[in-house]
Design a protein around this ligand. Sequence first.
Ligand code: HEC
Length: 135
Amino acid sequence: MNFHFPSLHGLTAAVLLGLAATAHAGDTTPAAQLQRWNAEAGAPGVAARGQVFFQSRHGGEWSCASCHGALPTAQGQHANTSKAIAALAPAFNARSLTDAAKADKWFRRNCKDVLARECTAIEKADVLAFLLELK
Ligand code: HEC
């Protein structure tokens, strides 16, 4: 009888984790994240500059567009693993850029992959200005 408890426990934990993940998924908005990077940079992001940044290879093998598409309004595809990537532009994906920790994590990781360094605040503001302008 007793050994039924662990599985029940596991189920409860899974449900709770699911709830936590759901609650966490919407802690910010794309516009609020743009504001955050604008404030940190001390200047507003510029969409046209963000587009050039997004579509350029910065001396390496990949651009942001290599995985997200030149205009990230549709599903992208990972340049290495071919895995599908949900559209990055918020107008085409309601979940995009709604979780500050997730955006920070991927900015860090992707900038290192593309630029071999982290992106600066103004680079992130430019990219977000570009992404928010796609309708
Ligand atoms: C090698 C493939 C690859 C490259 C190159 C790449 N990304 Fe990504 N990016 C991903 C994947 C995979 C995710 C996670 C998608 C998901 O979980 O929905 C992601 C997620 C993101 C997110 C988080 C979106 C959110 O909802 O918060 C941002 C921001 C982002 N990428 C920006 C960039 C920028 C800027 C560049 C160029 C400097 C770039 N990416 C280059 C694969 C890539």
